[in-house]
Design a protein around this ligand. Sequence first.
Ligand SMILES: Cc1cc2nc3c(=O)[nH]c(=O)nc-3n(C[C@H](O)[C@H](O)[C@H](O)COP(=O)(O)O)c2cc1C
Ligand code: SF4
Length: 481
Amino acid sequence: MWRPPERIRWKSDAGRWPTADQAAASRLFAALDAGPMRLAARTWVPAMVPWRATEDGAVTPEVLAWYERFARGRPAALVVEATGIRDVPSGPLLRIGHDRFIPGLAELVKRVRAASGGETRLLIQLIDFLAIRRRPPPETFFRRYLAITDRHRKALGVATDDEARERLLALDDNALETVLDARELESLRTGYRERVTDTHLPHVRDLPKVLPELFGRAARRAETAGFDGVELHFAHAYTMASFLSALNDRSDGFGGSRAERARLPLQAYDVVRSMISNRFAVGCRFLAEDCIEGGSTVDDAAYYAERFAAAGMDFLSLSRGGKFEDAKQPAIGEAAYPYTGPSGYECMPQFISDTRGPFGRNLEPAARIRAAVRAAGFATPIVVSGGIHGFAQAEAVLTDGQADIVGFARQALADPDWFRKVRLGRGSEIRVCEYTNYCEALDQKHAQVTCKLWDRQSLDEPGLLKSKDGKRRLVAPAWEP
Ligand SMILES: Cc1cc2nc3c(=O)[nH]c(=O)nc-3n(C[C@H](O)[C@H](O)[C@H](O)COP(=O)(O)O)c2cc1C
Ligand code: SF4
């Protein structure tokens, strides 16, 4: 993972924990409505992919145990990981692209309801993404993948494709730069990656025709399965975030100006709304800032937030960064990963940081975005996350008006009982996240995600679900007051 060059080492500091009475009187533990969804508190566990689904995207006993464990800690809202809306193979990523996924997801809902005593509201994050391939060995790229054109033959002074391929294989990096265009070089150096601006590809050109319906059907399945709502994934490196990005210069009315970039996400939202009941919450997660050169800024995000609020979204959850554009070059045989560059750092900041540190890097932009939404006359709740682990820190986010709901992703992974412990006045028993990103490194390898603070504890517990190599427990140890 990329880290700021300053390499300043920060230590988590949760500060003073409240007594049970102080917690009960706090804003953090006061109820809030997000559209039709009543939250018992302003606590939220954002989506985290734990890589526990089957290769066919189905719910497994490990998926159930993972969400059940979060639910025992009773956060007010829990968002199920990014879940694919298409019926296509996607590796061990959860899927909701067909009705056959409904029973597994319904079981997940049931387990969360039971484990939280019905207190935790459960949402599911709906994602679409474009194709990405592994970085090929140069021989494979030149012999099989590269489409040879007149441009190549001319630059190389050869007559046939075979000659061109052999010549290219013999060229060094500098010479290749004079023969290949930027996309070909990218495909060679990091692997082929589709973009929303590849409108010469029919399936990319047609995204505006197919995506709203795909999101709508997925949302309807989520409601049938019993979820309280959906979070449309408009953040990070995926399709909808790429439509919103300032880098989107499609000329078909779905790119260019801010209004055009927001058009498809808004259309998808409208179709989702038309396919679910008014008891079901719909919001989205998007970026407060792209954090890449030429990407969307906080002003763009404030505009999107106003439009999403005006359209009637029930909540807006803000993340930041997490883009492919600045990702690290992968090894041959591996695919690029959007959380490996500076924008990835902004998304999941680690304890080795710069002078700003890893705690609350998204708060200032969130405050600006929230102020814009309020100034436009909308009360839509804003969710923020990024390095939040202490009670006083979370309470200040709310009292300072930076956001309305506080997201705890890695802190909830480190200790799913954060919420219960704080409410009971037992904050001193919390396992505080150290922001090492051990969990994120596992995510990057698509390995089952666990936390280093608990995954080697009590491995001989009867019936314990363990990682494939048997060396790590898959759920946090139980806690009872
Ligand atoms: C293992 C892991 C998986 C994640 N998966 C998702 C995801 O599926 N969707 C999403 O929007 N964010 C995902 N994130 C980002 C988190 O939701 C959150 O925005 C980020 O970790 C920063 O918040 P935190 O500092 O509270 O952890 C993931 C983070 C981690 C550590
Ligand atoms: S492994 Fe645990 S302590 Fe380290 S960042 Fe992840 S959740 Fe926090």
